[in-house]
Design a protein. Structure first.
Length: 251
């Protein structure tokens, strides 16, 4: 089976599992809760948008860990990952395809959560931000977590489900800290804390507020994402070639 065939097979598997519903209902639920709350809230439009993006960014690391753990559990239940172990090709390709499909789902889910929120929020009379802004914010929300996808995928397929989810919980807690003063000097080197800063700076820069993007920090975080992403890709390929299911005692 070629790569295209693996992608089709993985898309079919995801679309017929609970993973697809998580990617649909989680953003819809977040939208519904915040839109209902903002209907009676007296915050400024900027504060509402920034608050929503910050909460999404903080919850994202946990949600990533949750979906990667569920995917790992699905493979474990399918004959203890025999569908992966018996493929007539390099196992690293199978893992990269699985991760790529999760990334595709994550991007679409981010667009639904942010662009969908923006469309309804504007319909409620809040026209300070364009739909193009919300689309950009969705891309930043997703892009800032790409490295975290790789980390969570490795943890979920190598260790127990509890450890995989636990890493997600820690990631979300760290993301929340990165939005405070504690993260001012280090956030651009913390994979789970980048998107929360990117989204906040992007919203404030687009609003005409006196707050401006810290270009130096933005460049540092971008360089870190590229370098760490490349190193993580190499690690995933090397790990995938020798992967033999979860470590002993981790199931």
């Amino acid at each position: 089976m070629n790569i295209k065939g693996h992608i089709k097979a993985e898309l079919y598997k995801v679309s017929h599992s609970g993973l697809i519903w998580i990617h649909i209902f989680a953003p819809l639920f977040a939208m519904g809760v915040f839109l209902a709350y903002y209907r009676f809230n007296a915050w400024s439009e900027l504060a509402k948008v920034v608050g929503y993006l910050q909460v999404l960014s903080i919850a994202y690391p946990f949600m990533i860990a949750l979906v990667t753990t569920i995917l790992s559990e699905l493979e474990t239940r399918a004959g203890n990952c025999q569908l992966v172990l018996t493929v007539p090709c390099d196992r690293s390709i199978v893992h990269l395809v699985k991760l790529a499909v999760l990334l595709m789902c994550g991007l679409l889910s981010s667009l639904l959560a942010v662009l969908g929120f923006g469309a309804v929020f504007r319909a409620m009379g809040n026209s300070g931000f364009s739909l193009a802004f919300y689309a950009g914010a969705a891309v930043l929300l997703f892009g800032g977590n790409i490295t975290w996808y790789g980390i969570s995928y490795l943890a979920s397929f190598q260790f127990s489900n509890a450890k995989g989810v636990g890493i997600g919980i820690v990631g979300s807690l760290v993301a929340a800290l990165m939005q405070t003063g504690l993260g001012d000097a280090v956030w651009y080197y913390v994979p789970c804390g980048i998107s929360v800063r990117w989204c906040s700076m992007y919203a404030m820069s687009q609003s005409g507020d006196s707050y401006r993007m810290y270009c130096t920090e933005a460049v540092k975080s971008g360089i870190f994402m590229v370098v760490s992403g490349a190193l993580l890709l190499i690690l995933l390929i090397c790990w995938g070639k020798t992967w033999e299911t979860k470590a002993a005692g981790e199931e």
